[in-house]
Design a protein around this ligand. Structure first.
Ligand code: OMP
Length: 270
């Protein structure tokens, strides 16, 4: 099944636009439990409330060689009908990107990946070729430093356009297999609205609510399409580390349920 079909099906099935980010901080996990069990319990407690999970490679790579084992385990623990995004922010010369794409899609069997567009088309093309998988291109990121480059005005056809909108436009052109999405932070709702206008149907992965301070209502109103869909609203720490105690799974479920309800209340009728 293609990534978008799988995503639409989990959005419908769970009536949810939430993506839970599995970014485990081992110092926040109760002492008496292994990382694998922690992740298993989080997934078991939330898998009926989400449209996707996103696994950020950094938190696993930081553990050294055993991190790769946990990354593999985390991916395998997620029920097959729920799409899983590899948050790896890849992008390199074509030959290297091809190897990254093989690792993420063929060895680890992720449904989608985040990629960095800075090196241009040939650095992303090897991912796009995997037409069954979703490719999320960083467009306007949630961090304060996003302003350093992404909001710079560039001259195009004698008009000034911010770089992030040029990225959105190129991403549309590259979307020949219908498998491209964008990453736009909830911390920049104005930009999110402009990007949604330029790419009315594209899925947008929206991180930045919770600890980064993004506004949930604006993320939904500016980020969803005309049917109240196509936005994947990510929350990581606020959900998986909702509690440091033995009740962590129950608390993560409560946090996910609260966010799901809040998001659905702002969605257009569906
Ligand atoms: P929390 O702030 O804990 O919800 O985590 C946000 C997650 O989204 C982390 O895994 C970030 O690496 C990721 N992220 C952003 O926070 N901002 C972005 O602009 C892009 C991403 C991403 O690509 O997922």
């Amino acid at each position: 099944m293609k990534f978008l079909e799988k995503l639409n099906s989990s959005v419908n099935c769970n009536q949810s636009l939430i993506c839970i980010g599995l970014d485990p901080d081992t110092s926040l996990i109760p002492d008496n439990i292994s990382l694998e069990d922690f992740i298993r319990q989080i997934i078991e407690a939330t898998s009926d409330l989400v449209c996707a999970y996103k696994i950020n490679f950094a938190f696993f790579e930081a553990m050294g060689s055993e991190g790769y084992h946990f990354l593999h385990a985390a991916r395998s623990l997620i029920p097959r009908h729920i799409p899983v995004i590899a948050d790896a922010k890849r992008g390199d010369i074509g030959n290297t990107s091809r190897a990254y794409a093989r690792a993420i899609f063929e060895k680890l069997d992720f449904d989608a990946v985040t990629v960095n567009p800075y090196m241009g088309y040939d650095s992303i093309q090897p991912f796009l070729e995997h037409s069954e998988r979703g490719i999320f291109i960083l467009c306007r990121t949630s961090n304060p430093g996003a302003n350093d480059f992404q909001n710079l005005q560039c001259l195009k056809d004698e008009n000034k356009t911010p770089l992030y909108l040029l990225v959105a436009e190129k991403s549309r052109q590259w979307n020949i297999h219908g498998n491209v999405g964008l990453v736009v932070g909830a911390t920049c709702p104005e930009e999110l609205g402009l990007i949604r206008k330029q790419c009315p149907e594209m899925p947008i992965l929206i991180p930045g609510i919770g600890h980064q301070g993004g506004d949930v209502r604006l993320a939904v109103v500016n980020g969803t399409d005309s049917n109240g869909r196509s936005a994947i609203i990510n929350s990581s720490r606020q959900i998986i580390h909702a509690s440091r105690g033995d009740d962590f799974a129950i608390q993560s479920r409560q946090a996910a349920n609260k966010l799901r309800k809040e998001i659905n209340q702002y969605r257009r009728p569906f």
